[in-house]
Design a protein around this ligand. Structure first.
Ligand SMILES: [Zn+2]
Length: 291
């Protein structure tokens, strides 16, 4: 993947800071929807003080700075109306039109808001928690139990056999073929997760597993870790549970795939570039037009 590190522009914060009366970027959520400024030229994140924005959140979390400007996540009471010229939008539905750094921060904000909301009380003893003053954590004053923002790593793999890519239809996404993916289980390595998921979902053994890249995926709290692998043995045998169909596709047979911001599309384009020079030319042309 060619994207630059978010840390070139963004400095994270571990220590809570109350500068809410200073103009800041606000990643504000009501349920799972984010408040966005929608204009003819695009979608942007509200910037200003809470007073200027006429917003009264029930909880706020300091996230650090983006290009020197303060950033907050915040949660609104359910039923709150959106201010003028702003709308609540599902993050998944706007990720293609948001600047990539803003999308990544919005994802972090969404996960932080959810974590704060879901850890108001201790999961061990039920006492009300307190926010740590020196790290991003909730601490139980009764039993000392600490909760950090949850992150669930998942693997996604492009499996190749004789110049063809394995693509599968997932039960939750029947309109499109995608790659084999699944959550990492406790106790296993990423490589073992790739082997297990591939065997469980499509009954295949793979070899030459190579790291490709990773991506934050805040739906709801994943870290997607991408791999490439070669087919080793066995016949396709879908589990019928998560996967309902799977086939080998040559580059020319791939007509539709997930949107450009996901690591799945990076993996599929990597495969197309590797095995089909004609399509590579077309993709480059399409990308240039898009840019
Ligand atoms: Zn406790």
């Amino acid at each position: 993947m060619a994207r630059e590190s978010i840390y070139k522009k963004y400095k994270p914060a571990n220590i809570p800071k109350d500068v809410t009366n200073t103009p800041s970027f606000w990643f504000i959520f009501k349920d799972y929807k984010m408040l966005a400024k929608v204009t003819e030229t695009g979608i942007s994140i509200p910037y200003g003080t809470l007073e200027e924005l006429e917003i009264t959140p029930i909880r706020t979390q300091y996230l650090g700075t983006l290009e020197g400007k303060f950033c907050y996540s915040a949660e609104l009471e359910p039923g709150t109306e959106s201010p003028d010229e702003m709308e609540f939008r599902d993050l998944m539905s706007i990720y293609e039109v948001l600047d990539e750094d803003i999308f990544l921060l919005a994802g972090k904000a969404l996960q932080t808001v959810r974590w704060d909301r879901d850890h108001q009380f201790c999961g061990r003893c039920g006492a009300e928690t307190e926010t740590s003053t020196y790290e991003m954590a909730k601490i139980c004053p009764e039993c000392g139990f600490k909760s950090f923002v949850r992150l669930s790593p998942a693997v996604i793999t492009a499996i190749i056999k004789d110049g063809k890519l394995l693509m599968a239809k997932h039960r939750y996404r029947e309109d499109m073929y995608g790659l084999i993916a699944g959550f990492v289980e406790p106790g296993e390595t990423l490589k073992e997760a790739v082997e297990r998921e591939t065997m469980e979902e499509v009954g295949l053994k793979v070899k030459n597993i190579k790291y490709f890249g990773s991506q934050s995926w805040p739906f709801p709290h994943s870290l997607m870790v991408g791999f490439t692998a070669d087919y080793e043995s066995q016949e396709i045998n879908v589990d019928g549970n998560e996967i309902i169909e799977a086939h080998w596709f040559s580059p020319n047979e791939i007509l539709q795939y997930p949107s450009k911001i996901s690591i799945a599309s990076d993996l599929i384009e990597w495969f197309i570039f590797k095995f089909d020079k004609q399509k590579k030319l077309k993709l480059n042309k399409k990308r240039n037009q898009r840019d």
